[in-house]
Design a protein around this ligand. Structure first.
Ligand SMILES: [Fe+2]
Length: 405
């Protein structure tokens, strides 16, 4: 995904014998877009194809999931801070917004990961660690992550996510296809360009191969829960199937910390797309990090750092608020998700626009996602929605306009 990587031992050519202690290892090529895009070749000690049992299962709040029956067109505020901690990285996932291209979920764990592994057969996932670090164990090895990391997990990757704390919170994007560095940040050789907001050195890869440990992984059978479409299937293995001898290629999980994102500031306000970090089909993920704000001044005329009113007629826009004061909003808190849909204009809350004039920094930290197809609330999101949010822009009679100090 980011660049070529090799971990462990691989033979000198694809599709030739590769033995360990006399045993012929099983090669598996993980390929994207048929055989036309990125691929990784892995060497398994135990073939990953010998499931001894397959059955269906359901995880309420995650899969299957459905949107609310009737969604009126208005601005939304989903209070994910009201979600209870329960379950683990898998059983605790709650999908709140969905369309054909992306699903947005929240995970708030209450216990360590169980022995079941998970694989998303529909698309790449992007996890954002809201409040702490941990380890991603996957077929590609061990990837440590830290607070405020994005962790990109390729489609079809068996994994377990083990936070350091039992009570950990994550924002999760589930793509219908891929999640990658935007094309405009690559040169013709695939290298990240020098004017991109990050460089190759900012991305962290698995540090070591996974070593099977019965105390850590259990004595079997081993369950892999696969999501495909709006259903889950459990694949049971008698032998631990993710203990591999080596791999090389371009598809593997990576971690990137939002504080390594290099923000841009213009003399006059730049559009929010300058915060783009990752892209998928039909959506982008953007990072709002602490930064200097717009600084134009000519006599009495000054830049307005707060975003202007906006009729985004082709995009839905969501923001997940992490830390700091968000320049344009009132009434939202850390962990809030706002949804401003296409079809109705949005803009700064009363007072925030005027108050921003003359400021020189913002300490806001937030993750934004813009989609080209409308996002639908799930039944679960409906149960934690602040129903008054749409009307929070209404200025009360005789309300004074706040100005900068
Ligand atoms: Fe906007």
């Amino acid at each position: 995904m980011i660049h070529y990587m090799r971990l462990g031992g691989v033979p000198p050519k694809h599709h030739v014998t590769h033995r360990e202690n006399g045993q012929l290892l099983m090669e598996q090529s993980m390929t994207r877009v048929g055989f036309d895009s990125t691929y990784t070749t892995l060497y398994f000690r135990t073939p990953p194809t010998d499931e001894c049992m397959v059955k269906g299962m359901e995880l309420p709040g995650f899969c299957p999931v459905k949107p609310i029956d009737e969604q009126l067109l208005h601005r939304r505020h989903i209070r994910t801070q009201d979600i209870k901690h329960e379950g683990d990285f898998l059983t605790g996932r709650r999908t709140v917004l969905m369309n054909d291209d992306v699903q947005v979920g929240i995970v708030k764990t209450a216990k360590p990961a169980g022995n079941a592994w998970f694989s998303n057969g529909a698309g790449d996932e992007c996890w954002f660690a809201y409040d702490g670090g941990g380890v991603l164990e996957s077929v590609y090895g061990v990837l440590p992550f830290k607070k405020h990391d994005y962790v990109i997990i390729p489609k079809g990757t068996p994994y377990r996510l083990l936070p350091e704390s039992d009570r950990a919170t994550f924002l999760v994007f589930e793509s219908g296809t891929y999640i990658d560095v935007p094309k405009q940040f690559r040169n013709e050789a695939g290298q990240i360009t020098m004017d991109a907001p990050f460089c190759h050195r900012d991305f962290r890869m698995p540090t070591e191969l996974l070593k099977f440990d019965e105390a850590r992984h259990g004595s079997g059978p081993y369950d892999l829960i696969v999501k495909f479409g709006n259903r889950l299937s459990v694949h049971e293995y008698q032998h631990f199937p993710w203990d591999i001898a080596g791999w090389d290629g371009f598809a593997y999980p990576v971690a990137f910390n939002i504080h390594d994102y290099q923000p841009r500031t213009g003399a006059i306000h730049l559009p929010p797309t300058i915060h783009i970090t990752f892209a998928g089909r039909g959506f982008i993920i953007c990072s709002f990090v602490p930064r200097k704000v717009d600084y134009y001044k000519n006599g009495d005329v000054q830049a307005i750092p707060c975003p202007y009113g906006h009729a985004s007629v082709d995009c839905d826009e969501i923001l997940y608020y992490v830390e700091g004061n968000f320049t344009s909003r009132k009434g939202i808190e850390s962990e809030s998700i706002s949804l401003h849909p296409m079809g109705v204009p949005h803009g700064p809350h009363p007072g925030t626009y005027e108050r921003s004039v003359g400021t020189d920094r913002t300490n806001e930290l937030a993750v934004m996602c813009d989609t080209f197809k409308p996002l639908l609330l799930t039944d679960f999101a409906d149960s934690i929605e602040d129903k008054e949010y749409h009307y929070s822009w209404v200025r009360r009679e005789n309300e004074a306009i706040e100005t900068s100090k």
